[in-house]
Design a protein around this ligand. Structure first.
Ligand code: DAH
Length: 415
């Protein structure tokens, strides 16, 4: 089945002439089954054009990753762009895919979706999920927006929830890559993977839904961690569920949050044409699970193309990862005067972009405002360490100088 996505490029074959036409969708009104499209063809560029019941026509989805990277998201850091379309979750011998399959096995009877295109509308990623305008997740320092600001690289797989519910698909699992500007350390990377699960149970009470949700998630946790796992549900808040819960699992004596969940907000059900029905949803990240199950010490290994890393994993097997070596680290500090609007995440992006993942961690070590001049300064500590080679002092200083130069270009003064 083809699920029409805003921002997605499609090829349509017209019934009569069998001619094909390529277009991209600006807006889908799923309740009326109408889509508004922009057409790319050698002869014309129609805009705001409306096609009704398009799904009965022969439709082929084409994901033009180059267009996504170099047209819609031309503005985002290169280090992020080059992850788009890598589809780690579909590479059968990759740890992310192995964990995905393990989860999918548990949800045997659920419809499975994998939308390879991570570009979604702001509406689907935020508005339709009742995420308020002032929510921090909407900030440009957290989310990658397209140049026209209508599209984002999905920040969670929940972005697909309402479009599926509107199509009356009510029991499903969605897996995909998600994107967030973030800190740099062993467990954070601006591209990671999530699974979203939804189950609409019918016209039942919240109590019934909560019980079903807790039973299902308890089963999932045991399926993943074994029957003796210690876990608990804690109350949480998410704009799109009410009530909401988090599941915390104790692993080697340390508690960690593994998923968010709850009863789907009544307004979402109503907006999706499911008034009176009740159901649950959950969302879970895959990297953290994979790091535990495979003993992977640094999140950068998931993106490694080194055969010494890739060859260690086989579909269906949970083997322990053997780091080929731990290479030495080197520390460098950068202090600078910042100006209004500076966000730490921009600095992290810049470091990632210029260091090509040779940085293991960045931390803010000092921050102060000079009371006389009212100028603010920040000092970041950068820990360089490659996961697959020893870095030379020259290599490190070259990167450091590039980072400094880029800051100077952006009008920040290095101290
Ligand atoms: N989308 C949330 C996140 O990215 C996770 C989540 C929480 C998904 C609660 C859900 C949910 O479906 O009900 O952190």
């Amino acid at each position: 089945m083809v699920i029409l996505q805003e921002g997605q490029v499609y090829k349509i074959i017209t019934d009569k002439t069998q001619k094909s036409m390529t277009f991209y969708i600006t807006y889908v009104d799923r309740l009326k089954d109408e889509v508004f499209v922009k057409v790319f063809s050698p002869f014309s560029l129609y805009e705001g054009f409306r096609i009704s019941t398009i799904e009965n026509k022969t439709l082929k989805e084409i994901i033009d990753f180059e267009k996504i990277k170099n047209f819609y998201f031309e503005n985002i850091p290169f280090s992020i762009k080059n992850k788009i379309g890598k589809l780690l979750y579909q590479k059968e011998n990759h740890p992310i895919c192995i964990v995905k399959n393990k989860i999918n096995d548990f949800f045997e009877k659920y419809d499975k979706f994998e939308f390879q295109n991570p570009m979604v509308s702001v509406r689907n990623n935020f508005d339709n999920l009742l995420i308020p305008q002032n929510h921090p997740g909407r900030k440009e320092s957290d989310t990658f927006y397209s140049e026209n600001k209508f599209l984002v690289l999905r920040t969670h797989t929940t972005a697909h929830q309402t479009e599926l519910l509107k199509k009356k698909i009510t029991k499903f699992i969605v897996t995909g890559d998600v994107y967030r500007r973030d800190t740099i350390d062993a467990s954070h990377f601006p591209v990671f993977h999530q699974v979203e699960g939804v189950n609409v149970l019918g016209s039942v009470s919240d109590k019934v839904v909560i019980e079903h949700l807790k039973d299902t998630l308890s089963g999932l946790i045991k399926h993943l961690f074994g029957n003796d796992v210690k876990y608990r549900f804690i109350d949480e808040y998410f704009p799109f569920t009410n009530p909401s819960f988090e599941v915390v699992v104790e692993y080697h004596g340390i508690e960690m949050e593994v998923l968010g969940s709850g009863v789907i907000h009544k307004d979402i059900m109503k907006n999706c044409g499911l008034e009176g029905q009740n159901g649950w949803a959950f969302g879970m990240g895959l990297e953290r699970l994979a790091m535990i199950f495979f003993d992977i010490p640094d999140i950068r290994y998931f993106w490694s193309e080194d055969p010494r890393c890739l060859s260690q994993f086989k579909a269906g097997e949970f083997t322990k990862f053997q780091p080929y070596s731990k290479y030495p680290s080197a520390i460098r500090d950068i202090s600078m005067w910042i100006t209004e609007g500076f966000e730490d995440n921009y600095f992290f992006d810049l470091v990632r972009d210029l260091s090509e993942n040779l940085v293991e961690e960045v931390s803010l070590t000092d921050s102060f405002t000079n009371p006389k001049t009212n100028r603010s300064s920040k000092t970041f500590r950068i820990k360089f360490r490659s996961i697959d080679k020893t870095l030379t002092g020259e290599e490190i200083d070259k990167i450091l100088n590039e980072i400094k130069q880029e800051l100077i270009n952006k009008d920040y003064e290095i101290r």
